[in-house]
Design a binder for this molecule. Structure first.
Ligand SMILES: CC(C)(COP(=O)(O)OP(=O)(O)OC[C@H]1O[C@@H](n2cnc3c(N)ncnc32)[C@H](O)[C@@H]1OP(=O)(O)O)[C@@H](O)C(=O)NCCC(=O)NCCS
Length: 393
């Protein structure tokens, strides 16, 4: 290969493969696949699942309906929904061996690391783990949507030194989730808030974790492996991890009266403030509106609005200074904290919802697969002489 200034030339690479003109940092704006699952209009701030506006779904659907919609491309008829909800109820129980694995892991492990390990174990216990056909993937996806709340609730209870609560078959998905976390039934408005949050997080086009999951199954690996990969990608603070950081942020700001000074300092230091900005949305994240309303309602009901007031003041300040909008994670942090989830369990909560979208994308990828294997623009040295070990000093 010819070397130009010590680096293989682009011409060399172009001789071997058709390339784009230049590397696109972060693959921004790159269309990497066709998908009929969700659509984001970043300029107008809209999000659509399978043709349905997210606002309609957030206000009127249940999570179970939305999962069916994402997987089958249409809203379920009543008997279909009853059947699907029954399948989810039947798949909720956590194998005792998986509970033991959760107990074995250190309490100081990041909850996303524990979740990643538990989901991997659930896959390893499935005798059909190697099957990648549509029927097997749908079964695995159903199993994971059903069981992930049980995993997160068990993780929470084990850390508190409390007994793991068995799922209650009389309760819907969101109500049972809160029941397993708390060991008692939640109020209706709390259940609705959690259900809405689950709907809002269920899918988001080709975000980093979804792309990761699709890449994993593009090698003909299985759905469990894809979900474990997705959990790994979601963990990062630029993605799902931002929701944990957002609550820490409100604590750091210290109150609405400090919001302006905080925003001034953070922007001057070019700090990425968690819960603000988005790669695709340029005029606001449509999901944030619902979470803001729920955060306000739950904060008022609890009689403590200081964190909410801090968030509102900082949102205003960041917008005035840099036209930055709050994203989905910003007010979700308050909603989840008001619902009693401990900090650092917020990102695992998102995984219990996004597993629906990851699975939809995995099944779409499997139905029309081509190995995802892009190229890198090599920037390292070329033509270096090999010096034997004994001559290297
Ligand atoms: C989501 C995120 C990674 C998108 O990053 P991106 O598309 O690469 O955006 P950029 O980093 O190019 O940002 C564009 C501009 O807005 C600024 N900006 C973007 N997000 C910001 C944030 N959260 N805080 C402060 N400034 C921010 C950047 O500094 C940059 O300013 P500049 O043009 O003056 O240099 C980024 O907004 C971020 O880190 N947000 C915080 C983490 C978060 O909330 N993630 C969850 C997303 S749902």
């Amino acid at each position: 290969m010819a070397a130009v200034q010590g680096v293989y030339s682009r011409a060399t690479l172009e001789g071997a493969v058709a390339t784009t003109e230049h590397v696109i940092p972060g693959l921004e704006g790159v269309l990497a696949c066709d998908s009929a699952i969700s659509f984001i209009d970043g300029q107008n701030g809209t999000l659509v699942y399978r043709g349905h506006d997210i606002h309609h779904l957030a206000e009127r659907a249940t999570f179970e309906e939305v999962v069916f919609l994402l997987w089958h491309g249409r809203l379920p008829a009543r008997p279909e929904l009853a059947n699907f909800a029954g399948e989810l109820v039947a798949q909720r129980a956590l194998p005792p061996d998986v509970v033991r694995i959760i107990e074995l892991l250190p309490a100081w492990a990041h909850p996303m690391a524990t979740l990643r390990t538990a989901v991997s174990a659930i896959g390893a216990f499935d005798p059909r783990q190697e099957e990648v056909g549509p029927e097997a993937s749908l079964l695995k996806a159903t199993r994971l949507v059903a069981v992930l709340p049980s995993v997160v609730a068990a993780m929470h209870r084990v850390r508190l030194g409390q007994a793991v609560v068995a799922p209650n078959p009389d309760l819907g998905h969101a109500a049972n989730f809160l029941y397993m976390l708390r060991g008692e039934r939640a109020e209706d408005d709390e259940v609705r808030a959690l259900d809405t949050a689950l709907i809002l997080y269920a899918d988001h086009e080709l975000n980093a974790s979804t792309f990761t999951a699709r890449t994993t199954v593009s090698t003909q690996s299985d759905l469990y492996s894809a979900i474990v990969s997705g959990i790994g990608a979601l963990k990062g603070p630029l993605h799902g991890g931002a929701v944990d950081e957002a609550l820490r942020l409100f604590q750091e700001v210290g109150g609405p009266e400090h919001a302006d000074a905080f925003a001034e300092r953070a922007l001057a230091a070019k700090r990425k403030v968690s819960g603000f900005g988005h790669r695709v949305y340029r005029t606001g994240d449509p999901r944030a509106r619902h979470l803001k309303l729920m955060a306000e309602r739950l904060s008022r009901a609890s009689g403590d609005t200081r964190v909410y007031d801090t968030a509102v003041a900082l949102e205003r300040s960041m917008f005035e200074r840099k036209r930055l909008n709050a994203n989905v994670d910003y007010y979700a942090a308050i909603v989840l904290s008001q619902l009693g989830l401990p900090l650092s369990f917020f990102t695992p909560f998102i995984a219990t919802s996004r597993v629906a979208g990851w699975s939809a994308h995995v099944m779409e990828q499997q139905a029309n697969n081509r190995l995802i294997r892009p190229r890198a623009n090599y920037t390292g040295p070329a033509d270096l002489p090999f010096v034997p070990l004994q001559e290297r000093g």
